[in-house]
Ligand binder design. Sequence first.
Ligand code: SAM
Length: 295
Amino acid sequence: MMNAISSHSDQYPPLAPGLYLVATPIGNLEDITLRALRILRSADRIACEDTRQTQKLLNHFGIATPTVSYHLYNEGLRAQELMTQLEEGSRIAVVSDAGTPGIADPGHELVRAAIAAGIPVFPVPGANAAVNALIASGLSTESFTFHGFLPAKEGQRRTALEQVPRGQETHLFYEAPHRILDTLSDLEAVFGATQPVVIARELTKLHEEFLRGTVSEVHKQLAERPSVRGEMVLLFSPSPQETAVPTRSIAVEVDALMQSESLSEKDALKRIARERGIGKSEAYRELQREQSRRR
Ligand code: SAM
């Protein structure tokens, strides 16, 4: 345990008034930065997603700054209180349970309010699950999209995946362990069993693990475990559209997909439209034309 340093220590110049967004570790306490510790020590107040969770971190580093809860359910109300203090010249640090505040975590509302009121906002960089999953994934880091959490409901999740564009870009999602198998099944239905994926699990922790392979291989690997646990990031980069002229008619492809993958006609059409790079209504009209020619 380190010694607490008072907020008015001679060791450091006083903090400028404003809002400090302080990243905290996502598993490994060594990932706190020296600057984060100084700001957490010197701030007038720390707004935390869960005060009990943050208190463990503060105790570990011997920091005695008062905390206040600031989470999804009181974000609006608490933002007003914190804004009053910021307008009076306070130094408020915002932390989430883990990682970077505002990234799939509270923080954004306060940032917007502070900017609107002309209060300085200072990012204090540190751990973030998405960026660290990306850099070690082996997938392209040149262009990427972070989507946050996928919808929990199956239909909405499938639709969200269907909207992921094909191309060179890497797509990143946060996913809960109890949903990952269903999500991989959806991914397989939308992009095919050979779509490569990466799952970054328990980053920076003792059991850190990267699962890399086709979506069906990774699904099999996880499904064989007695239980699927841990925090995870899902990454993939759907391969670009094949430009080759399709050799099979849409009607034949729809029938094949309905039989082999038990898709509804609508889902089969959506998949084919995506694979051919045409709109759903265009695919539907073509299907109707083919069906009328068959009659
Ligand atoms: N603000 C955090 C950040 O900067 O990464 C994310 C918070 S979000 C509520 C929590 C999700 O982030 C988890 O469900 C998981 O998807 C991902 N995550 C957090 N820590 C992780 C870790 N150590 N390894 C893998 N994923 C992690």
